[in-house]
Design a protein around this ligand. Structure first.
Ligand SMILES: [Fe+2]
Length: 256
């Protein structure tokens, strides 16, 4: 059996051309394990099940903050205010299950959902660190791996499942206004329907099976003296879907 070190080395070598492309083009499509992508989809379905079967009050009991800062939204957040695009999302970081327990939220029927979310989080975290090591070989001196690793675990990344109430919205309606992410690196992992558009020309992103889209967020230019630029993107309603639009994302953050 191959040693863990050798496996890690192989992954970094595999990711190196993608790291190069990411540095040159703000974004890159990377082959990803179909099994993992299937897991992301299953976890998203479990989240939707929770949203559709529980009371608003119960859903609100999952709204938490694991850290003492304004940006830290954890658990389930329902956004309806005028400042943001209306959406509901789930944020998983390590420590979430413990916090739900501490607050006496009865999540017995969602154990499997939380375990899946945790598994997805660590899959992404590990991949991001390997990509960071590959980035270091392509652009030495920016210390991608060290800076991402230096973030304490709850700050390093967040696994998000988005649920947009697109039902009844017109084709072409904007679900998320044009923006760049607050992250350093964003992994667009899975979506139920197309809708993500990127760049000045608003190119529609259509995921090929077994791939994820990786792009830079706002922290990337700070880390790289402007070499890596964040990708502008928005989301439109582009299908007459019977279900809400859903997407899974992993945001990687560098230490401040
Ligand atoms: Fe975004």
């Amino acid at each position: 059996m191959e040693s863990a070190m050798r496996m890690k080395e192989k992954t970094i070598a595999f990711l190196q051309p993608y790291a190069k492309e990411l540095l040159l083009h703000q974004m890159v499509v990377i082959p990803f394990s179909i099994k993992s992508i299937h897991c992301f989809e299953q976890t998203a379905q479990q989240f939707e099940q929770l949203l559709l079967s529980e009371s608003r009050r119960y859903i609100r009991s999952w709204e938490l903050k694991l850290r003492d800062d304004d940006e830290a939204d954890d658990g389930i957040i329902v956004r309806k205010d005028k400042k943001h695009d209306p959406k509901t999302f789930f944020h998983f970081r390590p420590g979430l299950t413990e916090e739900l327990t501490r607050r006496n939220v009865n999540f017995a029927r969602y154990h499997s959902f939380l375990e899946h979310a945790s598994g997805d989080y660590y899959t992404c975290n590990e991949h991001m660190l390997a990509l960071a090591a590959a980035l270091d070989r392509e652009a030495p001196g920016f210390y991608f791996h060290e800076k991402l690793l230096a973030s304490e675990i709850p700050r390093r990344g967040v696994y998000r499942i988005l649920w947009y109430p697109s039902i009844g919205k017109k084709l072409g309606a904007i679900l998320a206004q044009e923006h760049t992410d607050k992250s350093c690196i964003t992994y667009h992992l899975w979506d139920r329907t197309a809708g993500l558009r990127y760049g000045e020309d608003k190119v529609q992103y259509l995921a090929e099976p077994g791939t994820v889209l990786v792009f830079w967020g706002k922290k990337a230019p700070i880390l790289t003296n402007g070499l890596a630029q964040p990708l502008l993107h928005d989301v439109v309603n582009c299908v007459q879907a019977e279900n809400a639009r859903m997407a899974s994302i992993f945001f990687g953050h560098t230490a401040p």
